[in-house]
Design a protein around this ligand. Structure first.
Ligand code: F6P
Length: 528
């Protein structure tokens, strides 16, 4: 049987299986299999993953695995680790895994020069961080630099910001970290009040070094430094980029310039020099532990069979919901204040990667691809958004995340954990005896991820797990997860409009709504 016929056949079987399974409530599946809560789980180091509260059986997983085989998923995974140009539209490899390969070799790239380049850059980060730790990195008044401002957006902001917050308890020395991303001046205005220019280092993080928000913010802060009396600006600026020419033009010295490469996508880049703010905040050793944790997950991902493979299993479940249940959204709810920024980070990872409308051969697809990914912190979410999750008609598969060890107060911790577990149970179980407006259907799927302590290593493994899940989700959807052409149109239009907005006469050929909005702005300025 050819692979496309095979694919069609298994899709049909999956459809029929979906229909048959729809007759059952998640409650029934727990009644049918008393050990379901243990049978549908995986463990990786200290990460315990319970996917039993998903609408599936062993048959579902077998069929999904069969389906994945028809798409040669394993071959594509191997291709990534061999460094093949799997980012077909941009004709590039996706080598983020190489950034966390163990010294001396990467999984599939042992003989390429890439590993040496990565090691050299890591060494440079290490030396830079130790200069800071030894208070040898000083500003224009010779005071040691202790405040690090990352200026970046998207992947050059969300990853490092999330990790610095998540590992706050590992912070070394008395340093401070801030993240400036938005073009909204309010962020800079409030930052200026909180920092001392004499002891501040700005890190311009931009792979392209031409992202308008980042470069505008960097120039504004450069001017502010000059106004503050700084007469040696290059002691206060560092950059992480693949556009070294532009970095040099900006006036950043070589010692403060860190390289990244075109084969690492922004949303996959926290393992590279984009992670410099992380290493500065928690020390290089802890940064290395994050890399180690991710590497261990890479090893799991490449070596385990699809049946035993955690990222593959989670992606198969995603695909099950997207394609057969018509799920349009997915949520991440950490019951862990440290993971406050995880939902935003994951939103970029999932949505920028898999919100696509062409397949790998460039054909427009006639099915839904990546879902709307969002999230909020538990327990706050229970008092704001959970109503819709429990009684609304959308299907929103959820990942709950929670630590097992307490953060200083057992009572608080047990309440936190109890709420996390209760939410997944309530969503699954529902309230069928209640009448009318009190009725809760239940049958709402979720996966619960528990971990002992959020260590750098564990966080590395967790994030790599999500990266690979996104990649496999993309493979199942038959799209390229590594480009992001969709964001370009808005950027181009913003440039055209910003030129127009600054002038009196109208000079763009815009629709009436757009023109009217511009005119309203212009009129409002006339009043000033
Ligand atoms: O606009 C989207 C995007 O290109 C993201 O993919 C990227 O993470 C972000 O902008 C920032 O890009 P850069 O690092 O080149 O400034």
């Amino acid at each position: 049987m050819s692979s496309s016929i095979n694919k069609k056949t298994i899709r049909k079987q999956l459809s029929e299986h979906h229909k048959a399974l729809s007759k059952f409530h998640l409650r029934d599946l727990f009644t049918q299999d008393r050990d379901r809560g243990k049978n549908f789980t995986s463990q990786f180091a200290d990460l315990y993953i319970d996917f039993s509260k998903n609408i599936l059986t062993n048959e579902t997983l077998d069929l999904l695995l069969e389906y994945a085989k028809t798409l040669n998923i394993k071959k594509s995974i191997d291709a990534m680790f061999r460094g093949e140009k799997i980012n077909v539209t941009e004709k590039r490899a996706a080598l983020h895994f190489a950034l966390r390969a163990k010294p001396g070799g990467a999984l599939g790239l042992e003989d390429s020069g890439i590993i040496k380049k990565i090691e050299d850059e890591l060494q440079k980060i290490k030396e830079f961080v130790s200069l800071v730790n030894d208070k040898k990195l000083t500003g224009w008044t010779n005071k040691p630099l202790d405040t690090f401002i990352n200026i970046g957006i998207g992947g050059s902001d969300l990853g490092p910001k999330m990790v610095v917050r998540a590992l706050n308890q590992y912070r070394v020395n008395k340093t401070h970290s801030f993240f400036i991303s938005n073009i909204d001046y309010e962020q800079i205005e409030s930052l200026k009040k909180r920092i001392n220019p004499e002891t501040t280092l700005f890190i311009i993080s931009s792979k392209s070094f031409n992202t308008i928000e980042t470069i505008t913010n960097a120039n504004t802060l450069k001017s502010w430094m000059l106004k503050s009396g700084c007469n040696e600006i290059n002691r206060h600026f560092a950059a992480v980029s693949s556009n070294l020419e532009a970095v040099e033009k900006f006036g950043i010295k070589k010692e403060n310039t860190f390289k990244i490469w075109d084969w690492v996508g922004g949303r996959f880049s926290l393992w590279s020099a984009i992670g410099l703010p992380i290493a500065l905040a928690i020390g290089f050793k802890n940064f290395e532990k994050i890399l180690l944790g991710a590497h261990k997950m890479d090893e799991h991902f490449i070596s385990q069979t699809p049946e035993e493979n955690i990222p593959v299993t989670l992606a198969l479940i995603d695909y099950w919901y997207i394609n057969f249940f018509g799920a349009e959204t997915q949520a991440f709810i950490p019951y862990d204040e440290s993971l406050k920024y995880l939902p935003a980070y994951l939103s970029q990872l999932f949505m920028e990667s898999n919100g696509k409308s062409t397949d790998l051969s460039g054909n427009i697809v006639d099915y839904k691809t990546g879902v709307i990914t969002w999230g909020a912190i538990g327990t706050n979410s229970q008092h704001s958004i959970s109503q819709l999750l429990h009684q609304g008609k959308h299907m929103t598969p959820i990942d709950f995340l929670a630590p097992l060890s307490n953060k200083g107060n057992q009572k608080h911790h047990e309440l936190l954990l109890a709420n996390c577990i209760a939410q997944s149970r309530a969503l699954m179980q529902g309230e069928s005896n209640a009448k009318s407006h009190q009725h809760i259907d239940g049958n709402k799927p979720s996966t619960t991820i528990l971990y002992d302590v959020l260590t750098p290593e564990l966080l590395g493994s967790l994030l790599a797990m999500y990266e690979h899940r996104v990649f496999v989700q993309g493979l199942l959807l038959e799209i390229n997860s590594f480009d992001q052409y969709g964001v370009e149109l808005g950027k181009k239009m913003a440039l055209d409009i910003s030129k127009n907005i600054a002038q009196k006469e109208k000079n763009i050929d815009a629709d009436s709504s757009t023109q009217n909005l511009i005119d309203i702005y212009k009129k409002s300025r006339e009043k000033e």
